[in-house]
Design a binder for this molecule. Structure first.
Ligand code: ADP
Ligand code: MG
Length: 404
């Protein structure tokens, strides 16, 4: 089945599966930021609680598996999942057994010593090079611990790794609640969005988002563009944007392709009309506001300006479906954060369907305190874009074709 058409109805779900007394291996996304041994953001751990609680209350032995960081196939003490076991235990208000390996005898013993309803967390799968190589033998040794496999790691569903894809070939596999929710929300955007459907896209490079832009111009009524990539689009239209960060001919060529396709499909492309500029990306630089075609060569555009803000906010207010990916400016620095803040608040105020995806965009809605008022915050930046552009998500395809 084409995963782009996969919706929650076609996914095998664990809801009605008898799990009592069974060993259920659950791929979660516990790739959390850890600073000096402390978890600085536990959003991803919280996102997995629903599935874990469901299985544990139904008396399954819950065996959690995840990657953390980029250890490059060798053990790294500072990328151990041990602190995550501790945090998870606090959130579940019950003990979580941490197992210092993800395959082999140590895991077998830990499972043998456990009881139905217990929760175990295995060590970082990326301590083994076979994980990212999607080695079938390694996948089989992961599957050996389990009667059933549940994938609840939407954030890594676009990667074919042993613990996301390979394992599903060897054991009956199901989608967890988080994966189900992501697919339901995202499929709604591409199948039957209420109109007007507006996308807001920003961030750095056109090339990073070209696939999703190509698909969305066919589906949206308008795309509002901000961030550094807005200057590449302006340059592609022949506007002189001073010292702004503009991509070379290849990036501008992609931008022109989007502009042409948008015109063919009747999708409006909205670009900033003014910009907040400064001489450098720095909190101490003196900002000023000019029209986008009046940016001096020694200044760069670092945020959309106040008139653009007003324009974007009014377009968002008129929309019935909104998808947002990518900040409008360098929102990490307060002087260049107002465009992103205005968009975040407008998306939050929209009574329509609202979806935000992308690491930095999600950080922005949290920073501006509007996360609770967003319809759906995707836990997977790359995976949500891959889904929307119609690319295969190997982690989802594998569930659909696993032995049942
Ligand atoms: P997301 O993670 O939401 O997909 P991206 O990673 O594509 O977003 O882009 C986020 C980055 O883009 C931020 O670090 C932000 O500072 C930067 N950025 C946005 N606008 C500009 C600009 N005009 N000039 C330089 N950098 C920018
Ligand atoms: Mg990012």
């Amino acid at each position: 089945m084409n995963p782009a058409t996969a919706d929650a109805r076609s996914l095998p779900l664990i809801d009605n599966e008898p799990v009592a007394g069974k060993r259920v291996l659950v791929r979660v996304d516990f790739n959390v930021p850890i600073v000096d041994g402390r978890i600085s953001d536990d959003t991803r751990i919280r996102a997995a609680i629903e599935t874990i609680d469901f299985l544990r209350r139904r008396e399954a032995t819950v065996i959690l598996v995840s990657h953390l960081g980029r250890p490059g196939g060798v053990p790294h003490a500072d990328m151990s999942l041990r602190p995550v076991a501790q945090r998870l235990s606090e959130l579940l208000e019950r003990p979580v057994t941490f197992v210092e390996e993800c395959v082999g005898d140590v895991v077998d013993e830990a499972i043998r010593d456990s009881n139905p309803g217990d929760v175990l967390l295995l060590e970082n799968t990326r301590f083994h090079p076979e994980e990212e190589a999607n080695d079938p033998d390694f996948a089989r040794s992961l599957a050996r611990h389990a009667d059933l496999f549940v994938n609840d790691a939407f954030g890594t569903a676009h990667r074919a790794n042993a613990s996301t894809e390979g394992v599903a070939h060897f054991v009956p596999s199901f989608a967890g609640f988080l994966v189900e929710r992501e697919i339901t929300q995202l499929s709604h955007l591409v199948t039957s969005p209420n109109r007007p459907f507006i996308t807001i896209v920003g961030g750095l490079k056109v090339a990073d988002k070209i696939g999703v832009l190509e698909r969305l111009v066919e589906r949206c009524d308008a795309i509002l563009i901000g961030g550094a990539m807005a200057f590449t689009f302006l340059a592609a239209r022949g506007v002189h944007v001073g010292g702004s960060r503009v991509e070379g001919e290849a990036g501008q060529q992609l931008a022109r392709r989007i502009l042409e396709s948008a015109a063919q499909h009747g999708c409006g492309i909205v670009l900033p009309i003014d910009a907040v500029i400064a001489s450098e990306v720095s909190a101490t630089a003196t900002p000023s506001v000019v029209a986008v075609d009046l940016i001096p060569d020694d200044q760069m555009g670092l945020d959309i300006g106040p008139r653009s803000r007003e324009l974007y906010v009014s377009r968002i207010a008129d929309a019935h479906t909104v998808f947002w990916n990518g900040p409008m400016g360098v929102f990490e620095i307060p002087a260049f954060a107002e465009g992103t803040r205005a968009v975040a608040e407008a998306v939050a105020a929209s009574p329509g369907t609202t979806v935000v995806g992308g690491g930095d965009s999600v950080a922005a809605v949290q920073q501006f305190g509007v996360a609770e008022r967003i319809g759906h915050i995707s836990t997977g930046g790359g995976a949500s874009l891959a889904y929307l552009e119609g690319s295969e998500l190997p982690g989802i395809t594998a569930i659909l074709s696993s032995p049942q």
